[in-house]
Design a protein around this ligand. Structure first.
Ligand SMILES: [Zn+2]
Ligand SMILES: [Zn+2]
Length: 420
């Protein structure tokens, strides 16, 4: 039925892989933080234009880019393939000779995502495939997946708000994230896969005083100490069968060793595997902060910012996609994986347009037969999680990601990767 399109796609993906590795290494060496992806977006737009796409839309939600490829055959389906482009303020200790040298790095592997999607665009836009595509492919290069600076907007939600998916409207969104799973393995999960997330800023305010005589003021520090201890108990107030975490990763105070400062600001994040738990956790955190501060004579203001919905893969989409995933990665390397409380705002697209998100293994690991979790293999580079300075991704795995994008898009347009 597909008349060799898959084979042609694979040949084109193979032919382009050296270029994909080149893009990946260049991007890795030149990471850009969320909402600052100017040079990355320029590279993406230039390459997409070079492939001869019908349209290359730039400047969406900051530095977002959407390439539009209209196939040569009639068809109403629209496959939106999505990659994120931003890096993190984490030093690069991945050990590669293309490691970044500044204060930012691609510790989440978005350099791989961007390069793999460019590779798929190159293959799908080739005239030998393009004239046999019954529908449209959108290549979505998204900024600020890791969250924009707190006083800015950005990411997938802003791309939607700016109309990036208004014409044409996708009938499927597809994407993947590189993870420490074994190289070339594809992990899928029905139901909640990535958690719902909310950025939290708590400002505890007291009254400044000399450190020798705290009774002349209100010391916010003890209130913060009690609040941190209380936060550690919040998880017990929602069902233990749906995981929740509340973490404070950063605290700023304005005091000095001999000055009791006026305020202490806590920055953290709430994660919920089930989105329905989020309002309750927010309510309880707010009550805890306000009442704890009050007990110490201080006050607390809780701000709940940058809500991201959970990634929830519909079982029907997973079932529809399994033949594609197995064809690309080999059936023995396609496995069901557990969920995570990491977030990915690809959820803004999958919730609206359907489709699915998968994990692509890129490290020297094997699946532990007991638990199905990745464990390091001897003689390899180890297991290093995303956001760690040492996070690495093996170039040899990029081909699987390029082919996943290309096959998913074609299969959707051709009518096999659909839910009705
Ligand atoms: Zn990340
Ligand atoms: Zn990421």
């Amino acid at each position: 039925m597909t008349d060799g399109v898959h084979e042609t796609l694979d040949k084109l993906c193979d032919e382009g892989i050296e270029q994909v590795i080149g893009w990946r290494r260049h991007l890795h060496r030149n990471p850009e933080l969320p909402n600052r992806e100017a040079a990355t977006a320029r590279l993406v737009a230039r390459e997409l234009a070079g492939f001869g796409l019908d349209e290359v839309r730039t400047g969406i939600a900051g530095h977002g880019v959407v390439g539009v490829l209209r196939g040569g055959l009639p068809g109403d389906r629209v496959a939106a393939l999505r990659a994120d482009m931003d890096a993190l303020p984490v030093p690069d200790r991945c050990g590669a000779d293309f490691a970044a040298t500044g204060q930012a790095s691609h510790a989440c592997g978005h350099d791989c995502h961007t390069a793999m999607l460019l590779g798929a665009a190159r293959a799908l836009a080739d005239v030998r495939v393009r004239e046999r595509l019954p529908g449209t492919v959108l290549f979505v290069f998204q900024p600020a997946e890791e969250g924009p600076p707190v006083d800015e907007e950005g990411g997938a939600r802003l791309m939607v708000a700016e109309g990036a998916f208004a014409d044409p409207v996708p009938t499927m969104a597809f994407g993947m994230h590189v993870t420490p799973h074994p190289k070339g393995w594809v992990g899928y999960k029905s139901g909640p896969m990535y958690g719902a997330s909310c950025l939290v800023r708590v400002t505890v305010t007291g009254r400044q005083a000399h450190a020798s005589s705290p009774w002349y003021g209100v010391d916010p520090m003890p209130a913060v100490g009690a609040l941190l201890t209380g936060i550690g108990q919040l998880y017990r107030q929602v069902s233990a069968f749906s995981p929740v975490t509340v973490s404070i990763g950063h605290i700023e105070d304005v005091g000095r060793y001999n000055v009791i400062g006026e305020t202490v600001t806590l920055w953290g994040t709430i994660r919920c595997a089930e989105e329905r738990d989020m309002p309750e956790v927010k309510r309880r955190l707010t009550a805890l902060a306000e009442h704890t501060a009050e007990a110490y004579g201080a006050s607390a203001a809780v701000e709940l910012l940058q809500d991201v919905p959970a990634v929830r893969n519909d079982a029907a989409w997973v079932e529809a996609a399994l033949p594609t995933l197995r064809r690309v990665a080999g059936a023995e390397r396609v496995v069901e994986v557990g969920g995570t409380l990491g977030y990915d705002d690809v959820s803004e697209l999958i919730t609206r347009f359907g489709g699915l998100y998968v994990m692509l293994g890129v490290q020297d690991t094997a699946l532990d037969p007991a638990g199905g979790e990745p464990v390091p293999v001897s003689g390899g580079r180890g297991l290093v999680g995303n956001h760690h300075p040492g996070f690495y991704a093996d170039d040899a795995t990029l081909i699987t990601g390029v082919r996943l994008h290309a096959h998913a898009a074609y299969d959707h347009l051709a009518g096999s990767l659909v839910t009705r």
